[in-house]
Design a protein around this ligand. Structure first.
Ligand code: ATP
Ligand code: MG
Ligand code: MG
Length: 352
């Protein structure tokens, strides 16, 4: 069978590798960490940094197609790799989605509303933008943020000064976003094949705690018109990006049902883990099918569900979760437990 190269060996890579193996592919994972979660589910592991061009050349020689499990990859390295082997999703999709400024601009051009924002390149500019937004907003680094890292909120009692905030995010290019007073958050997972066919899963309602996804609930409980709107917008995004593979689009849902696009994940996404347990095909298998030029699968959701992330010490509760026969458990096999680290997840199913 064909061989898939996978950049990144975290839990997302592990679930992708698992799906690929089941379809008959060999998987070669590149990850600097020797015992990364994906290593056990792949045929071969290249322990190297993602911008190690020699390692990427070796990977290219061994693979039929390359994909990635996270967006914080050096763009130049991915472009280099693209000259040697097909890469899906492609470097252009990564370029657009890796940077919050180009990402939000692209969303707007696709007809998806976003919060108001200002590009920020220094403390004086931040001071002006804050004044324009009435002292309220969220400062986010344009690149490399995740799980709420690299973000500072303004509008409380003990706001930092613009200089302090600029230093705190490391003086990296940033954007200041207006705060959205949303009712809830949802996300839609879409997969687009090489031939342009698309498949969306229905939206999940996402609850965050401390900036980290805590739970995804399906069905999301919204009006079917709002759900259809979210799916339609996500499909339009994938098409306009000429995207191949699985992506997630996060939305804020306003009280009147209006949808505001928050961010795009150019990869499989934590808020789609429920598909593993509650659907006939998962976001992971759809991704592998798409990048390999296979037809996408029909997917049926057989159960209602709540997916709960096991973060840090939560992983010690896995046996209690597993004692409930309606719960599918997933332990990522990470050696070291750290506060805020995603260690596993559980999905509780209720048959429809
Ligand atoms: P992820 O782990 O999802 O990639 P991230 O670090 O890229 O997270 P965001 O998704 O932009 O960050 O923000 C994390 C959470 O913070 C959002 O899900 C939402 O709850 C809240 N948030 C972010 N931006 C805004 C905003 N403009 N208005 C209100 N809440 C926001
Ligand atoms: Mg993000
Ligand atoms: Mg997010």
């Amino acid at each position: 069978g064909a061989t898939i190269g996978l950049l990144g060996g975290g839990q997302l890579g592990r679930m992708l590798a698992e799906a690929a193996a089941r379809l008959g592919f060999s998987v070669i994972v590149v990850d600097p960490n020797e015992d990364c979660p994906a290593a056990r589910f792949s045929d071969r592991h290249i322990a190297a940094a993602y911008d190690d061009l020699d390692a990427l050349d070796r990977l290219a020689a061994l693979c039929d197609v390359v994909t990635f499990e996270f967006e914080n990859i050096d763009l130049g390295a991915l472009e280099h790799l693209s000259g040697k082997v097909p890469v899906h999703p492609d470097a252009w999709a990564l370029r657009v989605t890796q940077d919050r400024l180009t990402e939000k601009t692209f969303l707007r051009e696709t007809g998806i509303e976003t919060v108001d924002f200002h590009a920020i390149d220094g403390a004086p500019q931040l001071a002006m933008a804050l004044a324009d937004m009435g002292g309220r907003g969220i400062l986010k680094t344009r690149r490399f943020g995740y799980d709420g890292k690299g973000q500072i909120r303004f509008g409380g009692d003990s706001d930092p000064t613009p200089e302090e905030a600029w230093d705190a995010i490391g003086g990296a290019p940033a954007i200041l976003e207006a705060l959205a007073g949303f009712d809830c958050e949802i996300s839609v997972i879409v997969t687009r094949g090489r031939n342009g066919e698309t498949h969306e899963f229905e939206p999940a309602r996402n609850d965050h705690e401390g900036g980290i996804l805590a739970r995804s609930t399906v069905p999301c409980g919204l009006d079917s018109i709002v759900m259809a709107d979210a799916m339609e917008k996500t499909r339009a995004l994938a098409s306009r990006l000429r995207y191949v593979g699985t992506l997630a689009l996060e939305f804020f849902v306003m009280e009147d049902g209006r949808l505001i696009g928050n961010e795009i994940a150019p990869r499989v996404h934590n808020s789609g883990h429920w598909t593993e347990a509650a659907c006939s095909v998962s976001q992971f298998e759809q991704h592998i099918r798409a990048i390999s030029g296979w037809p996408l699968a029909e997917s049926y959701r057989h159960s209602d569900c709540v997916m709960t992330n096991l973060i840090g010490d939560d992983i010690t509760k896995l046996p209690q979760w597993a004692a409930d026969g309606a719960v599918r458990v997933h332990d990522y096999g990470k050696r070291e437990t750290r506060p805020g680290r995603k260690m596993g997840h559980v999905t509780r199913l209720v048959p429809r």
